[in-house]
Design a protein. Structure first.
Lengths: 91, 184
């Protein structure tokens, strides 16, 4: 039988390996010159308010449309059978 | 452990545009981030570039840091994401570094930690980035399932499945390599 490779032993030793020293502070600050972190929470709240407003506007438009149709159909129910002025004036 | 008062002050000052405050945060955490990125590359130049990318990305999303957990954990999540993306991009660019045919099967565990890390890195480099990521966090960082889930943003059950598959693939890779060596 072939012995299995002891990867756990390899990992235990590999974990002790340390990286070379790095100092990136200046490079990062240089790269970010002129940048400001985005205030994501404010943008998030603004986006939520804008989408609520959009939903409200769409709902209002739909309500007006339905209301207008109801008025038109009620008018047809009331006056739909009556002859119009144009037909009564014909000889 | 949560965010200290000093850190909170530095984060606030950074958000107000104080570069020196951010430099203090970088100096506090760059060694820890470098340690994590050293699991993603063995090239010191690439390491520096990756650490830099982590702090640039952290700065750009610092406004979203809630401060409910340690800043270190938040930075390491970004570092893991940056490292994973680095592997995926490199894979797309040039394919896996060495094909299986060229793979030198492992012998005894090297005495030096850097030799062991080189070998483990080379072994995991044969795998796809997804498999490689879970095994890297498990073997190199000794992370638990919960910690891997937190660092990758995957669910714990997904990490378990991924670990199972990745281990299986690594085992078959090692078996093939060892049998190849025994046959020659």
């Amino acid at each position: 039988m072939r012995p299995e490779y002891d990867i756990d032993a390899l990992a235990r030793r590999a974990r002790q390996d340390a990286p070379p020293d790095v100092d990136v502070a200046e490079a990062v600050i240089g790269e970010l010159a002129g940048w400001r972190p985005r205030p994501q929470r404010i943008i998030g709240e603004f986006a939520m308010a804008a989408s609520l407003l959009a939903v409200f506007v769409v709902a209002a438009a739909l309500w007006i449309q339905i209301h207008r149709r109801n008025v038109q159909s009620a008018r047809r129910d009331l006056f739909g059978s009556m002859p119009t002025l144009a037909t009564t004036t014909q000889p | 452990m949560s965010v200290s008062d000093d850190e909170r002050r530095d984060i606030k000052a950074t958000l107000a545009g104080d570069g020196e405050a951010y430099a203090r945060l970088i100096r506090r955490y760059q060694d820890r981030v470098a340690r994590r990125m050293w699991r993603f590359t063995r090239d010191p130049l690439e390491l520096e570039s990756l650490v830099q990318t982590v702090f640039v990305e952290a700065y750009k999303s610092l406004g979203g840091f809630r401060g409910t957990g340690p800043l270190e954990h938040w930075l390491l999540r970004i570092a893991t994401r940056v490292g994973y993306r680095f592997w995926k991009q490199r894979d797309r660019r040039r394919g896996r570094e060495v094909s299986l045919g060229e793979y030198d099967p492992p012998g005894d565990v090297p005495d030096e930690p850097s030799g062991a890390a080189d070998r483990l890195h080379a072994m995991l480099a044969r795998l796809k980035p997804r498999d490689r990521l879970v095994l890297t966090l498990m073997y190199f960082e000794d992370s638990s399932i919960a910690a891997i889930a937190e660092q990758t943003g995957w669910s714990e059950s997904m990490v378990k499945v991924q670990l199972h598959r990745a281990r299986k693939r690594l085992k078959s890779l090692l078996d093939n390599a060892t049998s190849g060596r025994n046959n020659t």
